[in-house]
Design a protein around this ligand. Structure first.
Ligand SMILES: [Zn+2]
Length: 298
């Protein structure tokens, strides 16, 4: 009876013990971060999974329905979702989550972006004009984004602000410890030349000192062609790469082909949370990424 009475009271006053904030995350990494900060005070809907190319998502009715209810959109930004998110926002009819409103959050705007082009020329492919948006594979960026996201969640849901801040402090403490461990484990990767399928690992390479010597895509966002792959193969004579990296969402054919011709290992990286069975959360994503890179060295 007592529980029932409390339940009724909560319903009447409009308070709810759980899921105060509805978060619409465009990609798994930022959905995972929102969960770390929000715990059971948030309901996180993640619009895509690790096996989908986040640049190319269909603005399906199910996404619109979720966006319509959301209090906060957490996007990667820097044009990663430019092909689909603007449509979802527009058609959601939800004024709270439009660009520029507190309910719209872009992770990439809180970090230093790499590969910002000096000049814009779309003939160079699907160039990311605001710099490379795949910022989550430098764990120091995850901390910066986490700090900003905590502030935003606290602003939108003041009743739970202290809880979000405390959860982020706990996460950040564990995360800093993990960064130190990852950097130690990954030390043998420093200076190792690699090929990448798409430029989705530049922040990882920059952090760990991997040397990207080529991309399987002739231009960013353009699928590998046999001519381009043959060119990469001949460059192996002068500038040999030690492994070829791809994200879980990318087709394996091109990297398998170049691995078969050269004997270098084709290494699949989870890229985001859920990309491999080990990458269950943000910690697992990094643990597994580094283990797979180290394995590729042998
Ligand atoms: Zn990209």
């Amino acid at each position: 009876m007592k529980h029932l009475a409390i339940g009724i009271l909560l319903a009447v006053t409009g308070l709810s013990a759980q899921a105060d904030l509805k978060v619409f995350a465009t990609v798994p990494e930022w959905g995972a971060l929102a969960k770390e900060i929000g715990g059971d005070k948030v309901r996180v809907y993640t619009a895509t999974n690790a096996f989908q190319d986040p640049h190319r998502i269909e603005a399906k009715p199910s996404l619109l329905a979720q966006a319509r209810q959301a209090n906060l959109v957490v996007a990667a930004g820097a044009d990663l979702e430019i092909g689909w998110l603007p449509l979802v926002l527009r058609d959601s009819g939800n004024s709270a989550i439009q660009t520029g409103r507190p309910g719209y959050f872009e992770a990439a705007s809180f970090v230093n972006r790499l590969d910002v082009p000096a000049t814009l020329d779309r003939s160079h492919g699907d160039v990311h004009a605001a710099g490379n948006p795949h910022i989550h594979l430098d764990p120091r960026n995850v901390l910066k984004v986490g700090e900003a996201l905590t502030a935003r969640m606290a602003e939108l849901d003041a009743a739970n602000a202290a809880g979000y801040q405390a959860a982020f402090r706990t996460f950040a403490g564990k995360w800093q410890g993990a960064i130190a461990r990852w950097e130690k484990e990954a030390a043998p990767l420093k200076g190792v030349p690699v090929l990448v399928h798409h430029q989705s690992f530049v922040y990882l390479s920059n952090w760990l000192g991997l040397k990207e010597v080529g991309s399987l895509e002739p231009k960013p966002g353009i699928e590998p062609t046999s001519g381009h792959l043959t060119g990469l193969l001949s460059r192996q004579q002068t500038a040999p790469a030690k492994m070829v990296l791809r994200a879980a969402y990318q087709q394996e054919g091109p990297s398998q082909w170049i691995a078969g011709k050269t004997g270098m290992p084709a290494v699949l990286l989870p890229y985001t949370v859920g990309g491999t069975s080990e990458a269950k959360d943000l910690f697992g994503l990094y643990d597994d990424t580094i283990q797979r890179l180290l394995k590729g060295m042998h």
